[in-house]
Write a protein that binds this ligand. Structure first.
Ligand code: NAP
Length: 282
């Protein structure tokens, strides 16, 4: 069963802010990331996603720092396990029960929290979804370290995770570049739990952008290094891409990241206005 967060989100609450990429790197100063998180919060965003693999925990540290200065406990904090800090597509992985426990304890310290609201397996291969792993995740929930369990992926591993019946949150690319097979999978996922869209804006941009902002510089570097897992981009304006994901794409929420305050404000406005003024409705 999904938890209380499912489907409750409306308006700006359907947008999450990702603390990853340039926000976990020297391209952006920690204080600037903290300011962006505070702006996101002030604009009504309550879902914040990060992971220990982002900048070797730097994303989690910055999010922890920012949230410690917000005097409420209503944000949803999502982080991940399974991919170890490192570079590129060949980063080491650890989905072993001990590795997952160590990872969660490290995340809790960096995030300065006593529990993780949504814990995602970060791109597990199907064979990594073992009974021992599932049992450890259940134990972490019973111990109160984790509230809800999720899987972040883009292929058959999501189907296998769904079959276990243990996961309530599914994070996957949601954009117009998906195949009919992907779309059928998204439909199954959203019928079973909460579907959180990613790569919604990244897929709407050129793969080799002019490095105008820290975010576009980051994407350009990833593409040049061959680390980008994105499919070829599909031309769409950011507001259309967001509303498509939350409408036809079937996402309950979308997590995006940006290094640019105006982009953040535009994304909030777009999500708030989805379904009005001729944009695709959900
Ligand atoms: N992609 C993955 O593999 C993955 C995996 C797990 C979780 N996630 C989560 O998903 C989050 C989002 O990452 P994503 O890869 O899916 O990227 P995305 O949010 O779809 O796209 C981010 C890019 O879009 C640009 N952008 C944002 N708003 C814009 C606007 N209004 N106009 C023009 N450009 C805009 C940003 O550049 P500017 O800085 O210039 O705005 C940035 O380069 C991550 O932070 C993470 O929390 C992603």
């Amino acid at each position: 069963m999904a938890d209380d967060h499912r489907d409750n989100a409306t308006g700006v609450r359907r947008l999450g802010f990702g603390v990853s990429g340039p926000h976990a790197s020297p391209l952006i100063r920690p204080e600037t990331t903290v300011e962006m998180i505070h702006l996101a919060y002030a604009l009504g965003i309550r879902l914040f996603d990060t992971g220990p693999a982002y900048g070797a925990g730097e994303g989690e540290r910055r999010l922890g720092e920012a949230l410690a200065r917000i005097p409420t406990f209503d944000p949803i904090v999502a982080t991940k396990v399974g991919i170890l800090p490192g570079r590129g597509k060949n980063r080491a992985r650890d989905f072993s029960p001990d590795g997952v426990r160590r990872s969660v304890e490290g995340s809790l310290k960096r995030l300065r929290r006593s529990r993780i609201d949504w814990l995602f397996l970060h791109g597990p291969a199907p064979h990594e979804l073992t009974d021992k792993l599932i049992k450890t995740l259940g134990d972490l929930q019973r111990e109160g370290r984790v509230v809800s369990l999720g899987v972040c992926g883009r292929g058959p591993e999501l189907d296998i995770a769904l079959q276990t019946g243990e996961f309530t949150h599914f994070m996957a690319p949601v954009n117009v570049g998906l195949t009919p097979e992907d779309m059928e999978r998204l439909y199954r996922l959203r019928s079973a739990g909460e579907l959180i869209g990613i790569e919604t804006l990244a897929a709407a941009h050129p793969r080799f952008p002019w490095p105008r902002t820290a975010g576009s510089a980051w994407r350009l570097a990833r593409s040049l290094m061959g680390w980008s897992s994105q499919r070829p981009p599909t031309p769409m304006m950011p507001d259309e891409a967001l509303c498509w994901a939350l409408g036809e794409g079937g996402a309950h929420r979308v997590v995006t990241t940006t290094s640019n305050r105006e982009h953040l404000e535009a994304n909030v406005l777009a999500v708030t206005n989805c379904g009005r003024g001729g944009l695709i409705t959900g």
